[in-house]
Design a protein around this ligand. Sequence first.
Ligand code: C2E
Ligand code: CA
Ligand code: CA
Length: 719
Amino acid sequence: MLRRTSDFTGLSSAAPVDNVRRDRRRALLEALAVGLAVSVAVGAAIIGLWHSATTTVRENYREYLVQLATAAAVQVDPVAHAAIRRPEQDNGPEYRAAVEPLQRMRTAIPAIRYMYTLILDGASVRFVLDAAEPGDHDGDGVEDHSAVGDLSVSPQTAKLEALGWNGQPGRPTATHQPYTDAWGTFMTGYAPILDARGRQEGVVGVDLDASGYVAHLEAARRDLLLGLLPAALMIVLLTVTVYRLRYRGFADARDIASAALHAQLAARKDRLTGLANRTLFMEQLHAAIARTSAGTQQRFGVLFLDFDHFKLINDTLGHDAGDELLQQIAVRMRGALRVTDAFGEDASGNVVARFGGDEFVVLINDLRTDADSERVAARLLQTLEPAYALNGGDVHSSASIGIVVGHDDRDSAEAVIRNADVAMYEAKRAGRACHVVFDEAMHKRLTRRVGIERGLRKAIGKGEMSLAYQPIVAVETGHMVSAEVLLRWVHPEFGDIPPAEFIPIAEESGLIVQIGEWVLLEACTQLAAWRREWPDEAPTAISINVSRAELALGGRLLSRINTVLKRTGVPAHCLQLEVTEREVMRDPSACNALMQQLRAMGVRLSMDDFGTGTSSLACLRDYPFDTVKIDRSFVKGLTRNTDVMAVIHATLMLVENLRMASVAEGVEDAAQLAVLQSLGCRYAQGYYFSPPVPADQLIRASRPLHAVNGDDGAIISAA
Ligand code: C2E
Ligand code: CA
Ligand code: CA
């Protein structure tokens, strides 16, 4: 999974506010859309209802008007009606006879306000009969009753339709809308007056007071409007509810998303320094490898940093100071790599991560050349070099940097890290505060190392290991006094592997504890056998090398030795343990205590490789050693370098004064032996006498050894 920076910076403080705003807007828009849709639907329904209600009421009313007018029209005698045309006929006998049926009808139906007949006279419409009571009903001082021949004042389409207009025959009809004039608000029904032959004589008009109709219509509309109100209210409520629901939904989704993002970030962030952690780093490294194999980038670099003496600072100044140091380191690294992002990650996918402890790792994408990675490393070293202010004092902590440049996807992300780690160890070995680029030779060493470690696990108890014994000879007599036990291993694939190569690996992997146990038992068993079979020639003691991991066993080592000595019947004073000066100096006080206990058991102790460590001669006195073994490297320079001779002389004297015995290691020729003898060295060991040999050859090889002052140095030949 590839997470780009933008996803991470998406968590910046301004982002949630933006998100809330965006979600509000979205919820509002959705709610409004729903509200609008419902409004349209309800609106359409109401308009439909409104329309149908209005039309129904009106059409029913018009129908009624037409019926009234038709009923009136058939009551008018067309012949009598045709006879009345002159104004002087008004209210005359023919007139009254003709109008009488209309008057009867008008009084019978109170809703009828006016009833009259009309004729077309050329282009104008004239009154003929008027069923109204004569008089001034509207109080305007003018007689309401229209006289025969009066012009009709309201030119309505309905009236014209009834009269027959534009060549169309007249037909019963009614006004479409109420109209208002001096007499009130009316709607009128019209019906043609037809004679016996169906010819139109005129038209009856029936004016109905329309205020009832208007009220009715208004009531219907009001009812609808009243219906609209709850509908509108419902829509508002619906909109608000939708808004709230949607907004809450968005907010929940946002909470979940942001919680998930937070969790994701927390899982990818180093809590102490705020840098990326291993998880995020590995993700980005996987991505970098994928980009490189896809050809979108040529090469990337991984820098593995380990800080020198960090443990010491932690132990001496305390964990808080250690944490503070790590934080300061993180700040400097970010600065040096110009990674500004809070997560130690920048836009090009470069990452600064802390793997834990004092291990920091850097990924650089798009490296132009291999050498660029070293330039970055040099810049880092420079930035990290100045002292750190801690606990009011200055502390130096340089870094060792291992570099891997990746060109392809041949190696997995894990392998890249492992290789960078290996290169970092090389940097440490090369003297710290420097950088080392991982190369093929390192790769080979690593493969061999891994093979050795794997082989070691299997070798134990499989008979691949054996012991060789090298005589330690008394310089004066040339007699073997004891033998050093040296482990031999024939690897099924790699063949003979020197202990100098596999012992450190066994130590690091902890396998040395098991191996050492086997060596101890095997060697003691062998010594017991020699002592039984060759009581005179057997070495009086065996010298076994003990490693750091075994020393760390403390009491368990003591009981282990006790058990083996009991089991084999070897007396404690016949067992000598060789401990290197270096190991002793690692934890001097614990070592001293253990050595005192070993001495109390009767076991003898030998300081191995003396002169290669950091202890001063004076230190010798503080430890309960029986023997001091002067390192090969001194013996080598003995005959050529007078300074070395002086040092060895001083050492031998001191050893003598402390009542310890001295053993010179690596004596290869007679000249060395002669000088050692002249300087007062008591014992010697080396190829000059015998190489380490299998157990069955030791007695033969050393029986009897010639005295050193024998002629030609062919000491290891049988007499
Ligand atoms: P060391 O304890 O210093 O052992 C002496 C080494 O010097 C041996 O190497 C030995 O073969 C070599 N040597 C002896 N005489 C001469 C000489 O005249 N010239 C030269 N150049 N070398 C000579 P080796 O057997 O390869 O062992 C190497 C180291 O491995 C030992 O160094 C010791 O530290 C470790 N070692 C060997 N066996 C054991 C073991 O059983 N347990 C532990 N913990 N370490 C062991
Ligand atoms: Ca040794
Ligand atoms: Ca040694």
